[in-house]
Design a binder for this molecule. Structure first.
Ligand SMILES: [Zn+2]
Length: 129
């Protein structure tokens, strides 16, 4: 059995606040008291935080440093946690200037998966410690 939540309608993008998409069966309501999805209230709060940077912003790396140091930073609609910021910066700091420029211009989601892929590949190569 699949649970069907009623989601809040997003103000920033099409569909549910939390990004859930169960296809045409997704129930979305403009009335907050009808929302049953556990992720939507939090997501709605996050939506109200203004972006600190967007994709391609020259400040994006500074914002990641702030996030790594424990400050809430939001980039292109995504709140960056310290662990993710640390992972991206680890890869960024090890890169050549040319690659650094390339990384800094990536959308945050791509930056994040790139960082984790590289770090995971590294730890597999080193083996268990
Ligand atoms: Zn939801």
């Amino acid at each position: 059995m699949t649970a069907h939540w009623t989601h809040g309608r997003s103000t920033r993008h099409q569909g549910a606040v939390c990004g859930a998409d169960d296809g045409p069966r997704t129930r979305i309501s403009d009335e907050p008291h009808l929302v049953t999805c556990p992720d939507c209230p939090n997501a709605a709060e996050i939506e109200t935080i203004p972006d600190d940077a967007t994709t391609g912003d020259p400040n994006v790396i500074d914002m990641l440093r702030d996030a790594r140091n424990g400050h809430t930073r939001k980039i292109s609609g995504v709140v960056v946690d310290a662990t993710t910021a640390h992972a991206i910066l680890t890869v960024y700091n090890a890169a050549t200037p040319k690659t650094k420029a390339k990384i800094a211009g990536l959308p945050l989601t791509v930056m994040t998966s790139l960082a984790w892929n590289i770090l995971r590949a590294d730890s597999e190569r080193e083996g268990p410690r």
